[in-house]
Design a protein around this ligand. Structure first.
Ligand SMILES: [Zn+2]
Length: 306
């Protein structure tokens, strides 16, 4: 992380590589640029096969990701490649540019690679091959240019008294679904009280529904059995965070609450807290459509368009 911070402090990296907004706190780890929060939203919408967006302050980086940032060498070096053939008089977005201008530019620059040296562009055979074999080409079209309003980090903590689906136990794992996106934990073998402590990440679009959660029993021979499900209403957290603004400016305080009712799966009221400059919410759920089982999660919300 120290290497990354040093790189970020270099003068050229104190402005967004795409729109020149000051003090960028996000980065595209595979492209090797530091970007502002608004541009990071557009990068994310291109899909991780094009741009893998990480927060410089909030995310955990692998050594490989840091090394690849250091290897590129920062915004000037990256732009020397990605903007090598920027047409004369072309106007790059500025910090107050519209979402549309930003999207058009970032898409042209990184996805279509229109400003790259001609032999390296997508139209060349090598790039065509890479595009065809991209495993996420189908999900790309679905995601398209959806504008994401934030990132939801869900730490799946653990379950208690889960239902039995094998002889005397189960091999549970958790699947989270938000719109088209899915994320899942690893399988814990032979446990009805599993502990995962695993963090899953989802991007939240402007039009979002409930976060759906399913616990499944991993089965080697047949289809995995459902061990219960639940829905999480994200509105209390997202609305409270929007109302209170930048959490880094707040001291620790409760900003909202999702109340237990007959219509939801909560086992107890769930408070939305600002803790150490982060918006967090702990949720305990009674699994539905099953005979028994509870699940505990901790969610963190990172708004993108503050
Ligand atoms: Zn920017």
């Amino acid at each position: 992380m120290e290497k990354l911070k040093q790189l970020l402090q270099r003068r050229e990296n104190r402005i967004c590589a795409d729109c020149s907004a000051p003090d960028p706190k996000w980065a595209s780890a595979n492209i090797g640029v530091f970007i502002c929060v608004k541009c990071s939203g557009v990068h994310r919408s291109l899909g991780t096969h094009i741009s893998k967006v990480l927060s410089v302050t909030l995310d955990k980086w692998t050594d490989d990701q840091i090394d690849s940032m250091v290897e590129v060498g920062g915004n000037s070096q990256a732009n020397a490649i990605y903007e090598a053939f920027l047409p004369e008089g072309y106007r790059k977005p500025h910090p107050d540019s519209s979402q549309e201008e930003r999207q058009n530019f970032i898409k042209s620059k990184y996805e279509l690679q229109e400003f790259l040296e001609p032999s390296l562009r997508i139209g060349s055979d090598a790039a065509k091959h890479a595009a065809n074999t991209s495993h996420s080409s189908s999900s790309k079209s679905e995601i398209g240019m959806i504008e994401f309003i934030g990132i939801l980090n869900v730490k799946v903590i653990g379950g208690t008294k889960l239902a039995i689906r094998d002889m005397s136990t189960s091999d549970p794992y958790v699947v989270l679904t938000l719109g088209q996106q899915k994320a899942q934990t690893s399988v814990i073998k032979g446990s009805l009280n599993p502990v995962w402590n695993e963090e899953l990440k989802l991007s939240v679009p402007r039009q979002y529904g409930p976060l759906k959660l399913q616990v499944l029993d991993h089965d080697m021979v047949s289809k995995d059995d459902v061990m219960g499900e639940a829905e999480i209403d994200l509105q209390p957290m997202i609305n409270a965070a929007a109302a209170f603004g930048d959490p880094e400016q707040l001291s620790d305080v409760q900003i909202g609450r999702w109340l237990k009712s007959d219509d939801n799966a909560l086992t107890t009221d769930s408070a939305v807290m600002v803790t150490g400059g982060k918006v967090k919410q702990e949720v305990s759920l009674k699994l539905q459509r099953t005979e028994s089982g509870e699940l505990t999660l901790e969610m963190q919300w990172i708004a993108l368009n503050m």
